[in-house]
Design a protein around this ligand. Structure first.
Ligand SMILES: *[C@@H]1O[C@H](CO)[C@@H](O)[C@H](O)[C@H]1NC(C)=O
Ligand SMILES: *[C@@H]1O[C@H](CO)[C@@H](O)[C@H](O)[C@H]1NC(C)=O
Ligand SMILES: *[C@@H]1O[C@H](CO)[C@@H](O)[C@H](O)[C@H]1NC(C)=O
Ligand SMILES: *[C@@H]1O[C@H](CO)[C@@H](O)[C@H](O)[C@H]1NC(C)=O
Ligand SMILES: *[C@@H]1O[C@H](CO)[C@@H](O)[C@H](O)[C@H]1NC(C)=O
Ligand SMILES: *[C@@H]1O[C@H](CO)[C@@H](O)[C@H](O)[C@H]1NC(C)=O
Length: 446
């Protein structure tokens, strides 16, 4: 009898434990889903539910993202400038294609250009249904064929049969001059940004979790620092790359693109096919053609310097290039632990990217030299302005995320001065506002 009771208690305990387990698993998945919702869902709109999503974003972006007031304020449309005008006698450049390379810190530059275009009512190439490229590329021709490109501002449905012409493009699309040029205002300038492959590869490796390809080795390595995973990859890089390609074929998801970021991801983003990456002569020739076709290549390691060059080349004002970084990984989460020899091996594995990087690092510094002795002072003033922006628009930084995803984000002030309002917006918020404007345009005419 006693034994039977004991048995009953034990089996009831088992049932409860099992139930408890499933409840916990359920709660974890639910919280993951909710977390993903903010980052993922916001990229997937159609005309039908745009209003609904707008309402959701307003709700989501309230206190957590630090945006005060509603999404369309007076100050958004009339960007007040309180600083000296740049002494530039040409008209500013307003038509820009920014080819975004992955994991080069492109979000900040993207925000700068999006903000510039938004405030001046410029039209952006955007797709109404699809995510506008994140891990993968948006196919512009396909979007046009399917009639899913948002119409430029001040155009009507009747113009629908002709090709739309845009002022700006900041989406993740693989560089293909012939296709992009067809959809851009003819005198558009082309820019991109590059980063030393030693750090860009590390960032891509962490972001795309390439260590998953190790399979059963995975659990052994996952708890170790990223440099150990990279060292493991570099022991048999071709083997792991092939494995990544094979597993990619089985998946009908973004993961099928992962292998593109496992070697020479930057030159691939710029349209140079992976099968030619080993051919040094072709790489050189391709770099030469990019040099002719691109008006400016920014270098992540010298971002502020690059922005000053952009400002001068495009006749912009200093307000136009101010920024607050959205997502900065902390230095200790970055490459400090990567030894010089590992650095060299990474550059060797990504040799086409390294060649590309060195070339455009050189051309940037040539431009800086040409800028003249004023450069140093301009840079120091610009950095002072950036500090003021942080001081005036944010309450300071907080650290978030775990391990190699540790990063700083800024908490934003309430009751922001007007000039901060656009500066504190996240990428998703700015893109949403651009969408809203271009969709509003469509709705008016329908
Ligand atoms: C948005 O803000 C403006 C100015 O602050 C205000 O006039 C307007 O009523 C607000 N709109 C909504 C929908 O809250
Ligand atoms: C942009 O468009 C809005 C709405 O039509 C208008 O009020 C504003 O003056 C325009 N801004 C510029 C810089 O053209
Ligand atoms: C993009 O779509 C066009 C039209 O359907 C197709 O011809 C082209 O091959 C596609 N490009 C890529 C890179 O998939
Ligand atoms: C923006 O693009 C349109 C074509 O859609 C063009 O007519 C207009 O001149 C461009 N605006 C600027 C400021 O470059
Ligand atoms: C980039 O150029 C700068 C200035 O010439 C130089 O100090 C730096 O070493 C270069 N970086 C690489 C990785 O070549
Ligand atoms: C920003 O703050 C600084 C002090 O850090 C102040 O001197 C400056 O006037 C402020 N700038 C603007 C545009 O409000």
């Amino acid at each position: 009898m006693k034994k039977c009771l004991k048995f009953q208690v034990r089996s009831m305990l088992k049932v409860h434990l099992t139930l408890g387990f499933f409840v916990i698993v359920y709660l974890i998945s639910l919280s993951r889903w909710l977390k993903d919702f903010q980052t993922r869902q916001l990229d997937l709109y159609s005309i039908d539910d745009i209003q609904q999503l707008l309402a959701k974003l307003q709700f989501l972006s309230g206190p957590t993202l630090g945006v005060t007031g509603n999404l369309t304020s007076h100050a958004d449309l009339h960007f007040k400038t309180s600083l000296l005008k740049e002494d530039c006698h040409r008209a500013p450049v307003t038509n820009i294609v920014y080819i975004r390379t992955h994991k080069t810190g492109s979000t900040t530059l993207c925000n700068i250009i999006n903000r510039y275009g938004y405030l001046r009512n410029l039209s952006f190439m955007l797709d109404e249904n699809f995510r506008n490229g994140r891990n993968f590329y948006m196919n512009i021709s396909l979007a046009f064929q399917r009639n899913t490109l948002l119409r430029p501002l001040r155009t009507s449905v009747q113009d629908g049969s002709t090709r739309p012409l845009y002022n700006m493009t900041t989406l993740h699309t693989q560089y293909d001059r012939n296709v992009i040029a067809k959809f851009m205002v003819p005198n558009a300038r082309y820019i991109t940004s590059l980063r030393d492959p030693a750090t860009q590869f590390e960032s891509a490796f962490a972001h795309y979790k390439l260590h998953h390809v190790f399979g059963k080795e995975k659990h052994k390595l996952i708890s170790k620092p990223i440099e150990d995973s990279i060292a493991e990859w570099l022991k048999k890089p071709k083997f792991y790359l092939d494995k990544l390609k094979r597993t990619a074929k089985l998946r009908d998801s973004e993961e099928q693109w992962l292998h593109l970021y496992a070697r020479n991801g930057q030159i691939n983003d710029l349209g140079f096919e992976a099968k030619h990456h080993g051919d040094l002569k072709r790489v050189s020739e391709y770099i030469d053609s990019l040099d002719k076709e691109f008006d400016l290549v920014l270098i992540t390691e010298y971002f502020d310097e690059s922005l000053l060059i952009l400002k001068k080349q495009f006749c912009w004002e200093v307000e136009d290039i101010l920024y607050i970084s959205e997502n900065q990984r902390l230095n200790e989460a970055k490459t400090s632990a990567i030894s010089q020899s590992l650095r060299d091996s990474i550059r060797k594995w990504n040799s086409a990217d390294f060649q590309l990087y060195q070339h455009f690092n050189r051309t940037l510094w040539q431009k800086i030299k040409k800028y003249g002795p004023q450069f140093k002072e301009d840079l120091s003033n610009f950095r002072k302005r950036l500090k003021d922006v942080l001081h005036n628009c944010t309450k300071g930084q907080v650290t978030t995320g775990r391990k190699f995803f540790r990063r700083t984000v800024y908490t934003k002030k309430r009751n922001l001065p007007d000039y901060c309002i656009m500066l504190v917006k996240t990428k998703d918020q700015i893109v949403l506002k651009i969408r809203e404007k271009q969709l509003g345009n469509s709705i008016n005419y329908n």
